[in-house]
Design a binder for this molecule. Structure first.
Ligand code: CIR
Length: 344
């Protein structure tokens, strides 16, 4: 793909920003500053510094989506495969669905997360140290006032020594600095300042604070009872949403740092052991595609599948409701488990 002359995209880059940022669009937008002072040059820095970016643009606040709409909208419509007239679909109701693998023969664990940002703060790549601390304070206040059944503990990474931090990391209860894509976007700046994790007493809910998004609300549990994990997540999202003002747009849904996450901002997935389907990957890919699911490696995005443990999750986030995403996942997993059993 050739970039328009005058724009500094690497010759090898196949990113969506290179595809959609024409010189005219760049010139029209380059002087614009969002209310928190974010510019197009800042938004595209990661895509320029990382020629292997898929997308290459990050929002610096909720207003970025309007200020830089001439380039962000075509990227969003392309990435999310949206039909004309698309819109975010609400729908976040608790569900009753059978556990597909009560004996845990296939599904090792289930994990559903949403990203949320607070509209009154700049997004992660565009925050000052004081703003990160202020956000942490606001969120800690909300954690302290949760209903009893959701309550838990918040741990600030800056309160931990190295040994304590590594112990948390080992238990999957801490997060490191983000990757080079996030680094170039400023998301890792001042790490670990203002970063931390909330853990519910039953250990099912975690909330990452000040990572790529202000909040990553996560529910996870061993086994395949995805309805229970989803219901616990919804309870937490609603409880926090009662206290915090999430960045939201009626058409685009929940607004996130990376435009790939907007809409429901939800990723619902499982780790599933498929020793037979591993030998028939094209069949597995057909089933997942039919149910709007995607396959990732055991360690997540851009990692390899180890010991036949696949990470399978929703491929769609925008233009469908969170409840539809869960239904897709449930239906897809049922089909995958049946296919695996038939092949054994
Ligand atoms: C990129 O553009 O590749 C990075 N900023 C990460 C984008 C998020 N993930 C993805 O494309 N699936």
């Amino acid at each position: 793909m050739t970039a328009e002359p005058g724009l500094p995209f690497h010759v090898t880059s196949c990113s969506k920003i290179k595809q959609y940022l024409t010189l005219k669009r760049y010139n029209d937008l380059k002087e614009i500053r969002t209310p928190s002072g974010y510019s197009l040059d800042q938004a595209i820095r990661s895509g320029i510094e990382n020629p292997d970016s898929n997308i290459g643009i990050y929002a610096g606040d909720m207003e970025s989506y309007d200020c830089f709409a001439p380039v962000l909208l075509p990227i969003i419509e392309d990435y999310h495969h949206l039909d004309p007239g698309w819109s975010h679909k609400p729908g976040l109701q608790e569900v009753v669905l059978p556990d597909l693998d009560p004996e845990q023969r296939f599904i090792r664990s289930s994990r559903i997360r949403v990203a949320r940002n607070l509209g009154k703060f700049p997004f992660s790549g565009n925050m000052t140290p004081d703003q990160r601390l202020e956000l942490e304070k606001t969120v800690k206040h909300a954690f302290r006032n949760l209903p009893e059944k959701l309550s838990g503990t918040y741990t600030a990474f800056t309160d931990l020594n190295e040994k304590q931090f590594h112990a948390l990391l080992k238990k999957g209860l801490a997060f490191r600095k983000g990757d080079r894509f996030m680094d170039a976007a400023g998301i890792n700046r001042d790490y670990p300042l203002g970063r931390g994790i909330f853990t519910s007493r039953d250990n099912i809910i975690r909330v990452w604070v000040n990572e790529e998004d202000h909040l990553r609300i996560i529910a996870q549990s061993p086994g395949g009872d995805i309805a229970n994990v989803f219901n616990r997540l919804i309870q937490m999202i609603k409880a926090l949403g009662d206290k915090l003002d999430f960045a939201f747009d009626p058409k685009k849904g929940f607004l996130t740092t990376c435009p790939t996450n907007i809409g429901t901002a939800m990723r619902a997935g499982v780790h599933i052991h498929l020793e037979k389907l591993e030998q028939n990957l094209s069949f597995l890919e057909t089933i997942t595609r039919d149910h709007h699911l995607q396959i990732r490696g055991t360690g997540g995005e851009k990692t390899a599948v180890e010991k036949a443990v696949f990470d399978i999750s929703n491929a769609r986030r925008l233009g469908i409701s969170a409840n539809t995403i869960l239904k897709d996942l449930h239906g897809g997993l049922q089909a995958i488990i049946q296919a695996e059993q038939k092949s054994r």
